[in-house]
Design a protein around this ligand. Structure first.
Ligand code: SF4
Length: 458
């Protein structure tokens, strides 16, 4: 914003911090537990957001750095924390991630973990470290950096096999289940990384489990180098954070990348890849689903042209939702993410190339900036997570909730907006949100017009 008297400062940033992404990625690995090397506030902040979005008990251990550890180093805290964690949770994998504080005081994580493994018999536990200073990026970078570190640590050469690696961008557990169903329909045996379909959205059970069932098994991770292909769902991932690129470069496993399958063209992209990888035609049910999506697009087309929206969230999700909007004549007036991501900018620029009155595109942004543009451009719909809800409270612009976190409604973990049927559901939700606003105000507007015409008495 031009009238700011400061630079490089965000007010109410449009993002979650980097270790949050690490927490989500580690939760998708079977029998794993995360240790946050930092202050208790960091893990409290993450547990709060994760618990309210997923409606599940979420544990994140903390090394609880206090004043003394901040000055003299937190090795003792971390070692003590790891011992407690092992005693209580009996994990097979421990993910240790850093925070702003640990990085700022220059903690040498590798040395501390080396000492810990020398001092304790933990030969049956895999410890994976990842550096995620909160200020080093957003949830998005933390998520992919952690996946990249997991792959770098675990994947080793193995004989070729028939499975396909599937790397998932951050979506809801409902969407992960949906993608797994699509893979099953193509008859593809896969290794999904990470698999949060159950670990963040487990069925009811009378037995309380400290670590929920599900997640990518460690032995599957170790097989990724022998897969016949990797399908990476996510196109804004920088090459240095892409697990699929790493596996391709190191082990020669061919990499296919596609956007999160939201919208016709993105769903078609996934179908093409799966058809090629499986050497099978697209199953008939998806041909029918595609037809229904097109039919729904025609049904809604008159309303779609009235919609001018603000989209914000993680880069991959924002990109795919923007594609869906453009396919339907919905104007994406502001396209924004809190992540600093040149790939996102390039993809959106290519998508909007040559368009008159084109959208405002923002990366590394905050809600103060977004709000200013939303008012200037007179948007009438918000598509994003709950963190922008003040725009609804302040200006009455109705939201369609998507992404993470969704804390002011239930069911964020069960949302399915991927695939042809999920895309149609998103389109219906967009249309119905606009209609609810329009007809919710219809009588009020008519009454005001009537009394105005009648001489201002009302
Ligand atoms: S931004 Fe830094 S201090 Fe804040 S929760 Fe994240 S890691 Fe902790």
């Amino acid at each position: 914003m031009k009238n700011r008297n400061f630079v490089n400062l965000n007010i109410n940033p449009c993002k979650m911090c980097m270790p949050m992404g690490a927490a989500i990625a580690f939760r998708g690995i079977e029998n794993s537990m995360m240790m946050l090397h930092g202050s208790q506030g960091c893990s409290a902040y993450m547990r709060n957001h994760l618990t309210t979005h997923y409606s599940e008990p979420i544990d994140i251990a903390s090394s609880s750095l206090h004043e003394q550890a901040t000055i003299y180093g937190g090795a003792n805290n971390l070692k003590k924390g790891l011992k407690n964690l092992i005693q209580l949770y009996h994990p097979k994998i421990i993910g240790i991630t850093t925070t702003c504080l640990a990085e700022t005081i220059g903690e040498d994580l590798s040395r501390i973990v080396r000492e810990f493994t020398a001092e304790n018999d933990v030969s049956d536990i895999h410890i994976i470290m990842t550096n995620t200073p909160g200020y080093g990026g957003s949830l998005y970078e933390g998520y992919f950096k952690t996946l990249h570190d997991i792959v770098r640590n675990v994947v080793r050469p193995v004989p070729r096999h028939q499975k396909v690696n599937v790397i998932m961008a951050h979506t809801s557990p409902g969407d992960v289940r949906n993608i797994k169903g699509i893979l099953d329909s193509f008859g593809i045996a896969y290794i999904m990384l990470p698999d949060i379909s159950n670990t963040f959205d487990a069925p009811f059970s009378r037995e309380f489990k400290r670590i929920p069932d599900g997640g990518t098994p460690y032995q599957d991770l170790a097989l990724m180098a022998g897969a016949r292909a990797t399908v990476e769902i996510g196109v804004t991932v920088p090459a240095n954070l892409s697990p699929g690129k790493y596996i391709e470069d190191q082990f020669g496993v061919p990499l296919y990348q596609c956007a999160i399958p939201i919208g016709v063209s993105n769903c078609d992209g996934l179908m093409r890849i799966l058809s090629e990888v499986s050497q099978r035609p697209v199953p008939a049910r998806f041909v029918e689903d595609r037809g229904r999506l097109i039919d729904g697009m025609i049904d809604l087309h008159k309303l779609s042209g009235e919609i001018k929206c603000l989209i914000y969230g993680e880069p991959d999700l924002v990109y795919s939702v923007t594609c869906l909007c453009r396919e339907n004549g919905i104007e994406p007036a502001i396209i924004s993410t809190g992540s600093q991501n040149s790939m996102f900018r390039k993809l959106i620029d290519d998508l909007l190339a040559g368009e008159a009155g084109r959208a405002v595109v923002l990366d590394d942004t905050d809600f103060e900036t977004i709000e200013k543009h939303a008012v200037d451009r007179k948007v009438n719909l918000i598509i994003g997570n709950s963190t922008g809800k003040q725009l609804t409270e302040k200006y009455g612009i109705p939201p369609v909730r998507i992404g993470f976190p969704i804390q002011d409604r239930y069911g964020g973990q069960r949302l399915v907006y991927t695939g042809y049927t999920g895309s149609l559901k998103l389109l219906d939700d967009i249309a119905n949100t606009i209609l609810a606003k329009k007809f919710g105000m219809h009588r009020k507007v008519m009454r005001e017009l009537y009394y105005q015409a009648a001489g201002g008495v009302g």
